[in-house]
Unconditional design. Structure first.
Lengths: 189, 189
DNA sequence: GTCTATATTTGGATAGAC
DNA sequence: GTCTATCCAAATATAGAC
């Protein structure tokens, strides 16, 4: 009988995601991916016959699932403000307080296969849509809600760029803390 | 006598910057760099004996010079508000309206040599410092001015991430248009 | 399912002719 | 200063044993 899986699918994707998020698609060599997975390169090809692009897509699929859990309070909580605040907290945790890069950013660089980039854009759209829906629930008309959601996304992603440049999480932390006000209004920061 | 330079230094850096900004350090292969420069790989090594890292550093040096021109109104104009507005306009042009990636972002990915990353952080610091100084001139105490400058930087960089993902410049455009308010105060966006 | 071994291409970098 | 030719290492990917 064949050997048992030495790494479970889910844990494997976590490890691969770590490499993609830090180095982008081209920077993620099969050597680095195999080392992170604690598998040989050939074993990775057994799991992902289409190679690195398929690995990146699987990672993005998994990110979309995790993102669903992060967005759940914002989508479902009876009190919109509380829901957004809880989602903001989860976003902070998801990005290690602001010091972890975002795979949606790093997998959007030129050199990334189109289908991977399209998948990243799809995940980002899911996220922005949920924020726009919350802003609508908060009373904004659809157009303004959308703009606020896009701006909130930009500020969070930019906070992560800041964190990557300076290894400092201040800008991201403020962006997360300010998320309820950005989406629902209130006194300016 | 030796052949004349087929590409002037300045134009050469523009072409190399284009590759680095789009693909990051690891994604920028010597093949791609040579093609953009319309030179052979060996000719690039004649100009940059230390190889790709030196090319990236030279690109960042050039970006710092260009950035100086972008920041000049914000630094020197008698009316701070007008100065910031003019700098915001130049930032918009510098980033192709929001559809060009920022080399400070893409050269901060893991896999980039430390001295290149440090140079990128230095250029970003120059930029943020100038925005913080403008916010101080606008009446904010140093701590709040600094936070506002960092947030403005994050929002612009995030707007470029958004642009890269969706090939849409809306978020960046709003960030640039809102720069005077972000640094100097006024009614919230 | 994982492994060793290998094929093949691309990438970074150097030597030396012109 | 640019070029051709070359070296060597690393990268992607495949074949086949266990």
């Amino acid at each position: 009988m064949p050997r048992p899986q030495s790494v479970h699918d889910d844990e494997l994707l976590v490890r691969l995601a770590e490499v993609f998020r830090r180095t982008g698609f081209e920077g993620a060599s099969l050597g680095a991916l195999a080392e992170a997975a604690q598998l040989r390169r050939a074993s990775l090809y057994h799991r992902f016959p289409d190679g690195k692009a398929q690995m990146a897509e699987a990672v993005l699929d998994r990110v979309e699932v995790l993102l669903g859990e992060v967005l759940e309070p914002m989508r479902g909580a009876p009190d919109v403000t509380e829901g957004v605040a809880e989602t903001a907290k989860r976003i902070g945790e998801f990005y290690g307080g602001g010091l972890l890069p975002c795979v949606l950013d790093t997998l959007a660089l030129a050199g990334t296969p189109d289908r991977v980039r399209a998948r990243a854009a799809g995940v980002a759209t899911t996220w922005i849509d949920a924020m726009a829906a919350a802003a609508v629930r908060g009373g904004y008309p659809p157009d303004e809600a959308r703009a606020r959601a896009e701006d909130a996304f930009a500020r969070l992603e930019g906070g992560l760029v800041f964190g990557r440049l300076f290894e400092e999480s201040t800008a991201f932390q403020r962006a997360a803390a300010d998320l309820p006000r950005q989406l629902l209004g209130g006194p300016p920061a």
